[in-house]
Design a binder for this molecule. Structure first.
Ligand code: FES
Length: 114
């Protein structure tokens, strides 16, 4: 069983609506996306060839990779084509006292400390 834990990433008001920001937590790069006031978290790694998704573009809930233009629904992680069938790796998000918390595997969180 994979152990996981919610980690505070940022304050909700730090990420304006329809924008995304990259955060590094331990050995993991997490992209936080604000779609109309709802927050989503995903791994900053395109499932196509692993390039960083923060260099892509966000239109509504659709994130398009800047390298070969695979696109994804950030609310579900689902691939929308055209080049990658694989979904995004997503993480659960919760808001507590206006902070954005993301559930990450503990092995990832403490990777830098090994
Ligand atoms: S690496 Fe993202 S579409 Fe190819």
């Amino acid at each position: 069983m994979v152990m996981s834990k919610y980690v505070k990433i940022t304050e909700a008001n730090e990420i304006p609506e329809n924008e995304m920001q990259l955060f590094k937590v331990g050995g993991c790069e997490v992209l936080i996306v604000n779609v109309k006031g709802e927050f989503y978290a995903l791994e900053n790694r395109c499932p196509h060839m692993g390039y960083p998704l923060y260099l892509g573009s966000l239109t509504g809930k659709v994130l398009t990779c800047g390298f070969h233009y695979a696109s994804f629904d950030v609310t579900s992680g689902k691939s929308l084509g055209p080049i990658s069938e694989s979904p995004l790796k997503t993480y659960k998000v919760k808001i507590e006292n206006s902070s954005v918390l993301v559930e990450l595997p503990t092995s990832t969180i403490y990777e830098d400390n090994k």
